[in-house]
Design a protein around this ligand. Structure first.
Ligand SMILES: Nc1ncnc2c1ncn2[C@@H]1O[C@H](COP(=O)(O)OP(=O)(O)OP(=O)(O)O)[C@@H](O)[C@H]1O
Length: 344
């Protein structure tokens, strides 16, 4: 075991991963050519990422496809050896895959399953109980807890292949957390699930985090997962960390303003709202206006003075819109401040 910073559950410095890719042209001739003269190119999947996570912190790890999220999580869970830099998780060096380390972490990949397909989930749970040397009393207590929180009653004894996607994902989560890990790497845990099941998974993760003080890194393409669970967001793009901060500050990275939502006591026509902001919608008794950030207070004050307003709320733009804008920019790594450069 390596010594760690006592206050950091996860400590990452200048972490890098380069994949070697052997290129081959299609067909038999391509295979022969590749055999004789193999062409290798390198993909810089992670290019020097640094961050610390405090124990119990829940962090959303976002980025476009191919940004390096899964590669980072695989390095942190010891499945991949870094090409450079260092990582410590709970005081351990992941690449060593020490038994004590493996008992403290879990990696859940929504796209991959660990349950045995032809057997009931309960059999996989028993295998995990043996692998992780979970004492019987603890196993029974955890099973009771998970069965209740995840509503597993009635599905544990069914063949995994016969479970619905949502039922299977709940069993996957239970299996992956049976040993009560302290650090959770969750890679798209809600992918493909319907909204109710997504909510059930979120609730489970939230409950587990509170109950056990677990540290969680979560990647998801569903922003609702991230906004519901994580206060802090790390954004990776083309292998580089381009943002580290809270959701509100991420929303400010977009060039869009804020949305003022209004309810009126008397109908107000769209034409009357010209000059207060960019009209998003208006149906007489309610309206939405997009307003530059710096103008929010004076415009809200004017609206309140000029109309009979029953309710007025100011909202940040949806985080999806901000992310789409950031990743749509060609010079995005330059325009989004790196953690060190970001304003407090
Ligand atoms: N085994 C591999 N060999 C070669 N290149 C790889 C390998 N795994 C990933 N890559 C490449 O590394 C880059 C980062 O991939 P990674 O899977 O970490 O991204 P990601 O952010 O998780 O993306 P997604 O959101 O699409 O899952 C991509 O360009 C990908 O093509």
């Amino acid at each position: 075991m390596t010594t760690s910073l006592p206050d950091a559950a996860v400590h990452v410095r200048d972490l890098r991963k380069q994949y070697a890719v052997h290129e081959k042209e299609p067909g038999l001739l391509g295979s022969v050519k590749a055999f004789v003269n193999r062409k290798t190119t390198y993909v810089e999947a992670v290019k020097g990422v640094s961050f610390d996570l405090a124990p119990g912190e829940v962090v959303g790890f976002l980025g476009p496809n191919g940004a390096g999220k899964t590669t980072t999580l695989k390095m942190l869970s010891g499945l991949l050896h870094p090409s450079g830099g260092t990582a410590q998780v709970g005081g351990f060096e992941p690449r060593r895959r020490e038994a004590a380390f493996l008992k403290r972490i879990t990696l859940v990949m929504g796209q991959k399953q660990q349950l045995m397909w032809d057997l009931p989930a309960l059999d996989s749970f028993l295998v995990n109980q043996a692998i992780y040397e979970i004492p019987e009393a603890e196993y029974q207590a955890t099973m009771r807890e998970f069965t209740e929180v995840l509503s597993l009653e009635g599905i544990l004894k069914k063949q995994v292949r016969k479970l619905s996607l949502g039922e299977r994902m709940k069993c996957e989560l239970a299996a992956a957390l049976l040993h009560r890990p302290r650090v959770l790497f969750l890679d798209e845990p809600t992918i493909g699930l319907d909204v109710n099941m997504q909510e059930a998974v979120r609730e489970f993760v939230r409950d587990y985090n509170r109950r056990y003080g677990a540290t969680v890194i979560l990647t998801s393409h569903y922003m609702a997962d991230v906004t519901a669970l994580a206060e802090r967001i790390l954004v990776i793009d083309k292998g580089e960390l381009v943002f580290d901060g809270d959701l509100a500050r991420l929303a400010e990275q977009g060039s869009g303003g804020k949305t003022i939502k209004l309810q009126f006591r008397q109908p107000v026509g769209a034409a009357q709202l010209a000059g207060y902001g960019q009209l998003v919608s208006s149906d007489g008794l309610s309206a939405e206006l997009n307003v530059p950030r710096a103008e929010v207070s004076p415009r809200a004050a004017r609206l309140l003075a000029d109309f009979e307003v029953a309710d007025l709320t100011v909202e940040d733009p949806p985080i999806e819109a901000v992310m789409a804008e950031l990743f749509g920019r060609s010079d995005r790594t330059d325009t989004v401040p790196a953690p060190e450069a970001a304003p407090a």
